[in-house]
Write a protein that binds this ligand. Structure first.
Ligand SMILES: Nc1ncnc2c1ncn2[C@@H]1O[C@H](COP(=O)(O)OP(=O)(O)OP(=O)(O)O)[C@@H](O)[C@H]1O
Ligand SMILES: [Mg+2]
Length: 357
């Protein structure tokens, strides 16, 4: 188990990056650390690996602090965001080298056997004797991953390891990594800023904002039950439609939309609504084209085909909003549509971002 307690990091130039971060990763679990650029993901990973010293706080493996343990003795394998292969070594030698000099100190034959096994698993056989500069960026990244896996570590840290891969290779490697770390029971932290990757890969997702974990949950809970407005806005493509609405007792009112709050599930309210204005969040798939119980009528201004779904753009409350329908929906740009909402799935937040419903 990895436990991170009250971690603070201020760099020498005064930049405060981690601001009291707590995080627990259970044994054998794959956690995705998801967050915007600059939120502190690499800093956190570098501290866990022992490459950067925290200003305060602790990092525990199996209940013991590892801050005084040297990186090479922590039982960790790491694929850096700006990873580098040894340019003068072949793919095979690159993977063998850490096995020969690390904690394990395998014999040449053992190291070769293990390296070949992981080269096969990551489908790099044809590059076995190539030097890194003859490989594409994506294949070099795959070599770095194979090298980390070959160390058969207790803990694997991957910092945006698939960024250089094309979509197909990326999806295959994602599946391969998940299968391997699960079968080897490796506790894994996988950094990504791609929410689709996080949703498809992880046992749990930890969302980091300004150096703190603001929500850690199973993937679908992050999407369906965001703790606050930041999480709600971050998760989902296209993002949640948000409207500022005025609280008028049993109604939330804006120029084109009225929500009857007594139609909401009263048990789901987290706090009472006594403020004047609130954000109402409606995901694109929770607007419904319907003649019955429609709340407003509008025109389709733009239509985007995105694989399984079709996104219809329309205007409401003087701004653009989006609605998701099945690709076989034949609505054309310019058509008039009547729209209702799935009352069970709306979200309400205070203006400063706290979740109310
Ligand atoms: N050695 C350093 N000295 C000073 N500031 C640093 C140092 N390393 C990182 N930073 C700053 O700390 C902040 C967080 O950086 P970090 O690399 O941890 O973010 P990240 O979440 O990994 O971002 P990205 O998604 O772009 O990789 C950034 O503003 C960065 O400029
Ligand atoms: Mg980074």
């Amino acid at each position: 188990m990895i436990e991170i307690e009250k971690l603070h990091k201020t760099y020498e130039n005064g930049k405060e990056v981690l601001t009291g971060l707590d995080l627990t990763v259970e044994d054998g679990k794959l956690l995705c650390l998801l967050g915007a650029s600059g939120s502190g993901k690499s800093t956190l990973l570098n501290i866990i690996a022992g490459l950067v010293k925290p200003t305060s706080g602790d990092v525990l493996f199996e209940g013991k602090s590892v801050l005084k343990i040297k990186p090479k003795d922590r039982g960790i394998a790491f694929v850096f965001q700006d990873f580098a292969l040894y340019p003068h070594m072949t793919v095979l030698e690159n993977i063998m080298f850490p096995l020969r000099v690390g904690v394990k100190r395998l014999s040449k034959e053992e190291a070769r056997k293990k390296a070949c096994h992981y080269i096969e698993l990551t489908k790099l056989e044809k590059f076995l004797n190539e030097k890194p500069h003859n490989l594409s960026g994506g294949h070099q990244q795959s070599v770095a991953i194979a090298g980390a896996l070959a160390q058969e570590p207790k803990i694997l840290l991957l910092d945006e390891p698939l960024n250089d891969l094309d979509a197909v290779l990326r999806s295959n490697m994602r599946e391969e990594i998940r299968m391997l770390v699960k079968s080897m029971n490796i506790t894994t932290i996988f950094v990504t800023h791609d929410q689709e990757e996080a949703l498809s890969l992880s046992d749990k997702i930890a969302l980091i904002q300004n150096g703190q974990i603001i929500q850690i949950d199973e993937p679908q809970d992050l999407y369906l039950e965001p703790k606050n407005l930041y999480v709600a806005k971050f998760m989902g493509v296209p993002s949640m439609n948000l409207f500022i609405m005025r609280n008028q007792g049993n109604q939330l009112v804006s120029s084109d939309l009225v929500i009857h709050t007594n139609r909401l599930n009263q048990e789901k309210f987290k706090s009472q609504m006594f403020r004047e204005d609130y954000f109402v969040g409606i995901r694109p798939e929770h607007f419904i084209i319907t003649e019955e119980n429609s709340l407003f009528t509008t025109n389709v201004t733009y239509k985007e085909l995105v694989g399984r779904e079709c996104i219809l753009h329309f205007r409401i409350n003087k701004k653009s909003a989006k609605l998701a329908v099945d690709t076989n929906c034949r609505v054309m740009v310019g058509s008039k549509i009547s729209i209702g909402i799935d009352y069970n799935s709306i979200h309400i937040f205070t203006i400063d971002g706290k979740r109310v419903y």
